[in-house]
Design a protein around this ligand. Structure first.
Ligand code: MRU
Length: 356
């Protein structure tokens, strides 16, 4: 997607460096961060300088590629020990994100097929690039399939950020919106804030503003009210992991919206590439839920009148917080899953069919 008329991907690799759009500074500052080794790339994933299902996956793939490159210096005897250790470190950064494991396994397995470590490194770097390219292409297809659901004048609710910043390009939940908008379909997006980190208010709103898509930022707790008044025609959210039975892990707060959508008859769609589906996970109860720092709840970051980014305490001093990063939306609340292979019902047969 374009920023100031220049096309960017969310993350890419240059030589042995991983370059990424620094999302913790958005929407106030636009900067590219350079991670020059895999440990640095892991820190960028963990601190959410890069975030969102597909972007985490692509970055993890690149981090694996960096680990292969860095392990060359250790020589043939230690090489695989080093790479395996790096894989574990990368996989510990964001435990809910299925795309992360999808990418580390793919890069590792590709490298493992080769007979010498030089070829392993070359193949690992190629595989990481392939994962990023496939992510961008899958999100483009999701946009085409999903746009068919959007009718003239639709008011569409979304949660968190499942736009291009959350993937390599195009996005999942926002991709159909971009396609419909470019096709001249008038629409309005209701982006909720998504406390505690406010990915909706900061990132989704920034994306929609840049693309000239009509939108409002909505308080997190206002969505059921809007739905009860018939002011939302459909919901589209992303996902961080989809179980084989169609249960969906997504940013905390998704389940509440899905319950309200069911109650008020609003179609509730999940948009995700098939790389987010975990067939080894039989149901949502098996998906590990990442617990993040209480500081994300207690403090907020914004820009002051002089244009400086400031972090301030917004809660009663001395109180503690709990901060689960994701929840599980049961399949029965989901109207359909928009993938790059088409739109399916959230059940085990239709989900397994995507892979046949
Ligand atoms: O914790 P985040 O910001 O990495 O959360 C992931 C997400 O972006 C959302 O849950 C999103 O809706 C999933 S699709 C990218």
């Amino acid at each position: 997607m374009k920023v100031n008329d220049k096309h960017y991907r969310t993350v890419w690799m240059e030589g042995s460096n991983v370059k990424l759009i620094e999302q913790n500074l958005l929407p106030f500052e636009f900067e590219i961060y350079t991670a020059d080794d895999y440990i640095d790339t892991c820190a960028a994933i963990q601190s959410m300088q890069v975030r969102g299902a597909g972007a985490i996956g692509a970055t993890a793939g690149y981090a694996m590629a960096q680990a292969f490159l860095e392990s060359l210096d250790t020589g043939a005897t230690k090489f695989w020990n080093e790479v395996e250790q790096a894989k574990k470190t990368i996989e510990s950064t964001r435990p809910t994100a299925q795309n992360l494991f999808y990418a580390t396994n793919r890069v590792f397995d590709a490298g493992k097929q080769e007979n010498n470590i030089e070829d392993s490194v070359r193949v690992a770097v190629e595989q990481a690039q392939k994962i990023a390219d496939e992510d961008a292409a899958a999100c483009k297809k999701i946009g085409e399939y999903g746009a068919e659901l959007i009718k003239l004048g639709f008011r569409i609710g979304t949660h968190c950020n499942a736009g291009w910043l959350a993937f390599v390009d195009n996005g999942s939940a926002l991709s159909p919106i971009y396609v419909a908008h470019r096709n001249g379909i008038e629409l309005t997006v209701y982006a909720d804030e998504t406390r505690p980190r406010s990915q909706g208010a900061r990132l989704t709103a920034w994306e929609l503003y840049n693309e000239n898509v009509n939108h409002f930022i909505v308080p997190d707790n206002a969505m059921p009210y809007l739905m009860s008044r018939g002011e939302i025609d459909m919901f589209i959210v992303g996902s961080d992991r989809i179980a084989a039975n169609g249960d969906v892990a997504n940013k905390i707060g998704t389940m509440g919206k899905a319950i309200a959508a069911k109650r008020f008859g609003v179609p509730f769609y999940v948009a995700a590439p098939t790389s987010t589906i975990d067939l080894n996970c039989s149901s949502g109860s098996k998906i590990p839920i990442e617990q993040r720092s209480q500081d994300e709840v207690l403090y907020q970051t914004g820009i002051d009148e002089d244009g400086f980014i400031q972090k301030i305490l917004v809660c009663s001093p001395g109180s503690k917080a709990i901060n689960p990063a994701f929840d599980i939306t049961p399949a029965e609340l989901i109207t359909g899953i928009i993938t790059e292979k088409g739109i399916v019902k959230p059940n085990v047969d239709e989900i397994k069919n995507l892979f046949s």
